[in-house]
Ligand binder design. Structure first.
Ligand code: ZN
Length: 490
């Protein structure tokens, strides 16, 4: 097994496919087959999937910079499904993604049966593309944009665009967002619902444990109770249908929501899942139908927890949690170097036993996304310079009549060409190198004459006009003496 020589630095919420595309370009590979072999040691048919496989092999090849669990949690959409799946199924899904075959994975998570899969597309937000190029140096595929039910960008609220790969090809042609034709995935009516579902899905993807707490705390039943749709613990089905039916008319105008907007029968499957996997889109869409917003999801406290929060108001209130333990937990939590609160040790414990202190800590230590400054421009400049040299050699060694080394030909051949065109000041070495490498008309014609003399075995006494014609030169930029020299030395 070969370790990878390079692997792209991941951008915030980047999908595994996006990393594979950027790796493909960094390595100047000519086919997906080759990239897949290098990354996964096999031909992976799931690299473009929201739940890709072969992650065990990839983890080994990146010298364990990312464990399989980290690859799954950071670059795939499995965490979005985590709250809705029991431990056994979730464990099996992780094993499946670590291995080489994804057979049965989507079926076990209920995705195949849900019928949503046929509406999936490679989606991007135009404003994210612009901002990512500015902040990260490259557009990339955002994981959340690929989630079924995410039709608008949760950051910008713009309608996402679905990209059509050119000439009937698919994701294996390794493109980044907006590099081929994209069209809006929904029409504007119903956008408010789409915006809320997108925001909730992003939060759910980033906070699976909080969503599990919602489900464990019977969040939706609490809401039904608040709205008067529960009587003696049973759902008032007729009344609920009467409320939902007109609201369904405001569903987002997009294919995946068509699956759930024609009837509200599916709502009862979400409220009483009976072992079936609830699709995240259905859960979050039902939240919207019940007039719930993201803040309500975030602030929900299960009743059992409310009781315990009253008991454990802190060490001063004489709680039955040892004051020493609270101090120790607070110290461990606040000294952790992890940036996100949810990743710090003891978050769950503090959430249950010392929530006031935790809320105060979070409010004075907000998590700030480190979007700008992620790019090592110096390294990228050197990388581009190397790519330019390779591209120049490829142009010079191409078969047939010599091609001219032009800026356009070099740009076409290197990765990051879009950055290079838009931000030349970020690439000082490459800019200098490129100006040195470009062919003048004179140099290009000299190469064409040498080629013609070799190719047509021209004798020394050949007329210069014949040499020009065979070399494809109409307006000469070389001296006659130079042509004669080439003829005589052939
Ligand atoms: Zn966006």
């Amino acid at each position: 097994m070969e370790r990878l020589h390079c692997f792209p630095q991941p951008f915030p919420d980047e999908s595994l496919y996006s990393l594979a595309v950027r790796y493909h370009r960094l390595s100047s590979n000519d086919s997906y087959r080759r990239t897949s072999q290098e990354l996964f040691g096999a031909y992976s048919r799931t690299c473009g999937s929201i739940l890709p496989c072969c992650l065990g092999a990839l983890s080994q090849r990146v010298a364990s910079a990312y464990s399989v669990d980290e690859l799954i949690d950071r670059f795939t959409l499995l965490p979005l499904y985590k709250p809705f799946v029991d431990d056994a199924k979730y464990g099996a899904a992780r094993i499946s993604m670590a291995g080489n075959s994804g057979t049965g994975l989507k079926m076990s998570l209920g995705i195949t049966a849900s019928g949503f899969l046929k509406h999936a597309s490679f989606r991007y937000c135009k404003r994210c593309v612009e901002e990512d190029i500015h902040a990260c140096g490259s557009a990339y595929w955002h994981r959340i944009h690929q989630a079924i039910g995410t039709c608008t960008c949760p950051h910008h609220r713009d309608v996402l665009r679905g990209m059509t790969f050119p000439d009937g090809t698919d994701w294996r042609c390794m493109l980044l967002p907006a590099e081929a034709l994209g069209s809006p995935v929904m029409q504007l009516p119903g956008k408010p619902a789409a915006d809320i579902v997108s925001e909730m899905q992003l939060w759910g993807l980033e906070h699976p444990t909080d969503v599990m707490n919602l489900l464990d705390g019977n969040f939706l039943r609490h809401r039904l109770d608040e709205m008067g749709f529960l009587k003696s613990g049973r759902i008032r089905e007729q009344a609920l249908r009467g409320f939902l039916t007109p609201r369904l008319l405001c569903s987002p105008r997009t294919q995946e929501f068509q699956e759930v907007s024609h009837s509200c029968d599916w709502v009862f499957g979400v409220l009483r899942p009976r072992g079936a996997v609830v699709q995240p889109i259905k859960f979050y869409f039902l939240c919207w139908l019940l007039e719930i917003d993201l803040e309500q999801l975030k602030s929900f406290r299960p009743q059992a927890d409310i009781r315990s929060a009253n008991t454990f108001k802190g060490k001063e209130t004489g709680s039955n949690v040892d004051a020493g333990e609270i101090d120790a937990r607070r110290a461990t939590f606040s000294s952790s170097s992890k940036i996100k609160c949810h990743d710090k040790p003891g978050y769950q414990w503090l959430y249950c036993h010392d929530r006031e202190w935790l809320a105060q800590y979070v409010s004075v230590h907000p998590f700030i996304r480190l979007r700008p400054g992620l790019v090592d421009w110096n390294a990228r400049d050197l990388e581009l310079a190397r790519d330019l040299l390779i591209a120049r050699d490829q142009i010079l060694s191409a078969q047939g009549k010599p091609q001219k080394v032009t800026r356009a030909a070099l740009d076409r051949a290197v990765a990051h060409r879009h950055d290079f065109l838009r931000m030349p000041d970020k690439f000082p070495i490459s800019t200098l190198l490129m100006s040195d490498m470009l062919d003048s008309d004179h140099d290009h014609q000299i190469r064409k004459i040498r080629w013609a003399v070799r190719h047509y075995l021209l004798p020394e006494r050949t007329a210069i006009s014949v040499v020009y014609r065979l070399a494809g030169i109409r307006l000469s930029h070389v001296a006659e003496e130079e042509v004669l020299n080439i003829l005589s030395s052939a």
